[in-house]
Design a protein around this ligand. Structure first.
Ligand SMILES: Nc1nc2c(ncn2[C@@H]2O[C@H](COP(=O)(O)OP(=O)(O)OP(=O)(O)O)[C@@H](O)[C@H]2O)c(=O)[nH]1
Ligand SMILES: [Mg+2]
Length: 305
């Protein structure tokens, strides 16, 4: 049995190779850090999907450190980069804490592009809460494909959650409406609204999501309490443009970053945190029900380095 940390470490091994090991190789045998080396380091950080902003900031930090004379040897530069990344990721570490005495039901609206892992992530989070004895309801507001509803129903059963659906092609906000009303009638603690993920460039998806959000808020004041954007880590920089689009359209309150297992683009978590300033709530490292955990910056950096 592997624990989550081991899975994370294993999952991040390609990112480790493409980033930490490359830094080691770059510095190997180097005694002085000159402009050429800094340029190479910059290119390497950028390729590791840390994003322009973070890369620029890190290189500037190294430059300052060199000037002050406290980053002379490569080991220290590596240590500096590790510390900076940890600090950035700490700023994105804000696990949800729900006060059910005040907020019930707590409503999640889960959004993101096709295949990112919305449905799977809902199943995993629902399972965590129902294992804690919470009453969970899942609403199938992705009415675009019949298979989407079936897939979600399987997850709802696994997670021991109630399930609300309508026929294929029905109005997603009608499903959201039913879900909220059922949750109220049944004294449910948490509601998850799954949504469709047709391309985010299509205006109608955003309009559809806005309507779902509006209806949920009308039927349950204060809801949705969390608009969770699910991003696929393997898409690299694309994840950042998706985050911007969804955030502009409906306002994102938290991010779940999936598929960190086996990708070389794990550095994207740093870029997302730095660019978006939206908390990373969960990370996913596999397809099984236990393969999702609350994001912890220290564990992540430890697993990466
Ligand atoms: N390896 C891995 N696979 C994952 C992870 N999360 C989700 N998946 C897989 O990604 C695929 C797509 O996941 P879904 O949950 O169906 O994604 P979705 O966003 O609901 O997709 P649509 O309903 O088509 O919009 C499935 O095969 C999942 O098993 C993860 O953390 N790691
Ligand atoms: Mg889905």
């Amino acid at each position: 049995m592997f624990g989550f940390f081991d899975k994370l470490k294993k999952g991040l091994s390609k990112t480790h190779q493409g980033f930490v090991e490359k830094i080691d190789r770059l510095f190997l045998g180097k005694k002085v850090i000159d402009q050429d080396l800094l340029d190479d380091l910059e290119a390497l950080l950028f390729e590791a999907d840390l994003g322009v902003k973070t890369t620029t900031q890190l290189i500037e930090g190294v430059r300052q450190g060199l000037k002050r004379g406290d980053l002379q040897d490569p080991e220290r530069v590596k240590g500096f980069i590790k510390q900076e990344i940890l600090q950035i990721l700490h700023s994105g570490e804000k696990p949800l804490s729900i006060d059910f005495a005040k907020t019930k039901p707590f409503v999640f609206m889960v959004v993101g592009v096709n295949g990112g892992g919305k449905t799977t992530t809902i199943g995993k989070i629902a399972h965590q809460y129902s294992s804690q004895g919470k009453k969970v309801l899942i609403g199938a507001a992705d009415t675009f494909r019949a298979a989407a509803v079936e897939q979600l129903e399987i997850w709802a059963n696994r997670a021991g959650a109630d399930f609300i659906k309508q026929s294929k092609g029905s109005d997603p906000s009608a499903v959201a409406f039913d879900s909220i009303h059922a949750a109220r009638a049944r004294n449910t603690d948490l509601v998850f609204i799954d949504t469709a993920g047709r391309l985010h460039t299509k205006v109608n998806l955003m309009e559809e999501l806005k309507k779902v959000k509006r209806i949920v808020g009308r039927e349950c004041p204060g809801a949705p309490h969390e608009i969770l954007l699910v991003l696929d880590a393997t898409t690299g920089q694309n994840a950042i443009s998706q985050a911007k689009l969804f955030n502009e359209a409906i306002g994102v309150t938290g991010i779940a970053l999936t598929k960190l297992d086996g990708t070389a683009k794990g550095g994207i978590i740093v870029g997302i945190t730095e660019e978006m300033k939206i908390p990373i709530r969960y990370i996913g490292v596999g397809e099984a029900i236990d393969d999702l955990k609350e994001f912890n910056a220290s564990d992540f950096v430890q697993a990466l380095f």
